[in-house]
Ligand binder design. Sequence first.
Ligand code: ADP
Length: 646
Amino acid sequence: MVARVRTRAKAKAESSGGTDADFGELIHGLPALVWTAGPDGRIDFLNQHWVEYTGLSADAGIGTGWEATIHPDDRPSLLGRLSASIGAGTACDAQARVRRFDGAFRWFQFRASPRVSRSGKIVKWFGITTDIDDLKRSGDAAAQSEQDLVDRIPASITVASATGEHIYTSSWGVTRPIAPPSVLRGLGFMSQLHSDEQDWVNAEWLRCVRTGETMELEHRLQRADGTYRWLHVRVAPYRDDSGAIVRWYGLISDIDDQRKAEEALRRSEQGFRLLVEMIPALVARWTPDGQLDYVNRRLLDYFSAPSLEAGLSASTDSFRRQRLRIASVHPEDWDSWLRKRIRSLETGEPLESTHRVRRADGTYRWFHERVEPMRDESGKISGWYAVGIDIHDGRVLEDALRAARHRLDVATQMAAIAELSASIAHEVNQPLTSVITNATMGLEMLDAVPPNVKGARETARRTVRDGTRAADVLLRLRALFMKEKDTGTELVDLNDAARDVVALSRGELQRTGAIVQTLFSYDLSLVRGDRVQFQQVILNLVRNAAQAMEGVHDRPRRLTITTERQDDNFVYLSVQDAGTGIAPQSIEKIFEAFYTTKNSGMGIGLSVSRSIIEKHGGRLWAEANQGPGSTFLIALPAGPKASDAG
Ligand code: ADP
């Protein structure tokens, strides 16, 4: 501009044929402060207007003296700008307040351009300083009124210039004021952004300023107390009639609480997911119609399916779609498992099942599954949740323990029998030895010549005595075994006797997995006999039934004890099982002493039981069931009714 003034002045001087004096007049008369400086920036000329305006002499202002007229607050930045221009050799444009002769400060625009010699060296600086105070004040007032307006908007607003320079940020509505808006670039609070988001937000902002697009983003901002809060920022350009961007306005909302709540929810969801993935169980979920829609990683690993989708077949059949699970159920357990599953889906009842499934390594393992429906408020099933646990090792161990316990029982029995036989042998041996000795002596006496008949008679008499003694020993032992008392007159309630047996053997029944059901006839007649012996018989039948079901896995191990009185004046007690059953050709053989099909069986239980029942005038026999298993029945002559017996 200075150059232009000068050029014009020079041209005027030249065209009007003017002199240097005219030129000087022009310079001094210009309504602006005009000055020149050497290449080093030291002022070497100040026009008359400067002298008049500042009230200083030109001499006082030469060199660096003029600096005293600059407002102390503006001096450093002005000098900085000037020396930067001098250093770079480029034009300078700056603003600063200048002191008038009366001490008042007014805003001035400083502009300076270098004059460059042909060789490219700066030979002079030409400067002009114009009064912009009125302009600036009205601009500031406009900015102030904009600020007032912004402050009144019930939201936190940020204002930036068309070129993206931050102007002002109000803090309305932001929970606790954010740190005072700095004079930094862009949105005015870049330096307060979380370091993770600084570059990204800055780049976004610069992009928007470049393209004029609306920006919407979420980031953290540091508050005065040093903590960070999440903000949602939406910045849009405001354009004038010509479509040029005049301002950028940004709306800032504090979304920290909301973000934290969402985060907490996400974390709790993650926590639950982690829990479901980590628990040492297989977890699955079905839709109400039985479509598998979630399985945990453990389940996929267990069945070696890479993903849920891979585990499902493409078929639409709801059961076939679950090939993942169905394919792995043991063929022997499949029917009962599927029946339970269908029933559960149809009735909405929980399902509990113990069956074998094929693991990824191809081995079948015992597996316990529990499926529960989840219902919504209206009671409608919204999904099925299943938990499966591999119980194989425990079960195998349990089986081994049971076998060991049984072997121990048998060994104990054997030991008791061995001991018993020793004492029987001892008891019986003595009289037998005497019998043999006496008989031998008797023979010798009869063989003698002449035969000693008297002596022989005596030995025969002793033989009879010892023989009787031996028979007595056996009778006593028999009485001991059979607990044969001359009761037979005791009135026994078979319901009570059976109830006691079930209670006594509960532990054993649980071990074998038998489910005991009792169907006792109300008002049953009593029977006459030995209660303990009846209980021995019932116990033996119950034990046999439980043992016969040990190998059963495809149906409930149901054991039913029924009592009833029939018109034939007999009281009946039956023990029904769902076990292996008895071959028709063996149905009588099993009552023979020492008949057994068990590795460690003795084969005397049923024969003793039958003799006990027959001794009481009753019968004991076995029948094959309609379905699997067999039923053992006891019939005993009915005595008086319990109610009559008093
Ligand atoms: P043990 O139990 O020692 O074998 P028992 O005389 O009690 O002796 O039984 C004889 C045989 O009868 C058994 O080995 C078994 O083969 C058969 N048996 C008994 N009860 C049942 C039953 N409930 N189901 C199938 N078989 C049975």
